[in-house]
Design a protein around this ligand. Structure first.
Ligand SMILES: Cc1cc2nc3c(=O)[nH]c(=O)nc-3n(C[C@H](O)[C@H](O)[C@H](O)COP(=O)(O)OP(=O)(O)OC[C@H]3O[C@@H](n4cnc5c(N)ncnc54)[C@H](O)[C@@H]3O)c2cc1C
Length: 384
């Protein structure tokens, strides 16, 4: 949102000079700041958000620490070839590994590595996917029988045992505190409405404090097209809705994906009331859900509730409903790309539903490219 000169606060006339400005304080923006500080401690960084840290998708997701479902990976192999799919899977595994080594060793974020299981309704499809993933030498993979699963109407599952859950707000709050202690300047409620070239720098026109930087990272994910139409050609906003239900006495260990219904669910064992988190079903109203407007709808909310009650075989009371905005790219792979409309500016994002696992590794790649450090993932993420 822009502001008139009468609405604008007095600080707007001031300009904060930094080496690097990061626009968007979700998991991606915070991860960029983390890697920049780690690799180049003297660098002066401003992290800016129109709202607060984790106001976007990063504070609204299901908290799956994941590289995606086995169905996604098997279908990618069928579509793009097993070599390409294995290379992308390797990149995603690296991102999960970096999170474990760097974030979960330092910060308590209710993390638990209880695995995520993709559910199958047909033995033939399960066996086909298992064969593809075995040929790709995918590790940490386990076949789960129908009996072990304990849900009705399923043939079984394929489980990635190294994945798990995290409380995204706890993680990002800890990360913010850590970065501030390292000298990162955090500007919340400071929407960036425009970026313009000033000599060899880029000036960001903001709601409260303007920022001038030698380099800018745009970590706007689903809000990218709102910032500039050229970014909208790369990343499409897609709304995702969530529902929290009272699970009663039932205990669910693990993350679950049901690709047939495009649903994901898990228990939040840390909440006072035993809570089931369930999300998805966006294709039921696909056109309406291609939006960056935060809203829940009765069609999707009711479908999520009936799905959860059906698969668990019990009625459940609603505890909360919400939505968030994801950013999808055409190939569903994130971008690290130079912005075409202004110099010294890199766009990082387009996590297509898996940013909690992917953004940390993608930010690592973006910072390596910025500092001209070679990595083995140069050809994995789309560039120019
Ligand atoms: C309901 C839901 C469930 C999901 N579940 C999972 C899951 O379980 N596991 C998983 O890995 N992923 C999940 N995702 C996807 C994941 O949340 C995202 O991929 C990830 O959070 C994207 O992070 P980000 O930092 O790129 O974007 P965001 O978190 O959206 O951050 C972008 C930030 O930019 C700010 N901003 C926007 N415009 C401006 C501006 N003009 N000026 C300044 N700031 C601006 C916003 O306020 C926001 O804070 C889910 C997403 C949703 C919506």
């Amino acid at each position: 949102m822009t502001q008139s000169c009468w609405q604008k606060k007095i600080e707007a006339s001031k300009i904060q000079q930094v080496d690097v400005a990061i626009v968007g304080a979700g998991i991606c923006g915070l991860s960029l700041a983390y890697w920049l500080k780690l690799k180049s401690p003297q660098i002066k960084i401003a992290l800016i958000d129109s709202q607060e840290v984790a106001s976007g998708a990063s504070g609204r997701n299901a908290g799956f620490y994941t590289a995606g479902s086995t169905a996604y990976l098997a279908n990618l192999a069928i579509k793009s070839g097993e070599l390409k799919a294995a290379a992308y899977w390797d990149f995603k595994q690296e991102s999960l590994k970096l999170m474990k080594e760097h974030l979960f060793t330092q910060f308590e974020a209710h993390q638990e590595f209880w695995g995520s299981t993709t559910l199958y309704r047909s033995d033939r499809e399960l066996e086909e996917h298992l064969m593809i993933l075995q040929r790709m030498k995918v590790t940490n993979l386990k076949k789960i029988s129908e009996n072990e699963l304990g849900f009705s109407g399923l043939s079984g599952g394929l489980k990635f045992e190294n994945e798990g859950r995290v409380n995204p707000i706890k993680l990002l709050t800890e990360l913010k505190k850590f970065l501030q202690e390292k000298g990162v300047l955090v500007f919340e409620h400071n929407a960036v409405s425009w970026a313009e070239e000033r000599g060899d720098k880029v000036q960001l026109v903001c709601a409260r404090t303007n920022i001038e930087a030698g380099h800018v990272f745009l970590a706007l994910n689903g809000y990218a097209g709102e910032f500039h139409p050229d970014l909208g050609k790369w990343v499409a906003p897609k709304r995702a809705q969530m529902l929290a239900l009272d699970l009663g006495g039932k205990v669910l260990n693990g993350n679950y994906y049901d690709p047939a219904h495009k649903v994901y669910f898990r228990q939040d064992p840390t909440s006072a009331t035993p809570t089931l988190l369930v999300g998805g079903m966006r294709l039921l109203e696909e056109v309406g859900e291609n939006s960056n407007f935060d809203k829940t709808t009765s069609v999707i909310q009711q479908a999520l509730q009936s799905y959860a009650e059906g698969i668990l075989g019990q009625k459940m009371n609603v505890l909360a409903r919400w939505s968030g905005i994801m950013g999808f790219t055409q190939e569903e792979k994130p971008y690290v790309r130079t912005a075409p409309f202004i110099k010294h500016t890199t766009f990082v994002g387009g996590f297509s539903g898996h940013g909690m696992g992917l953004a940390f590794g993608t930010a690592h790649e973006a910072v390596a490219r910025f500092l001209s450090v070679p990595t083995r993932f140069k050809d994995i993420l789309p560039v120019e």
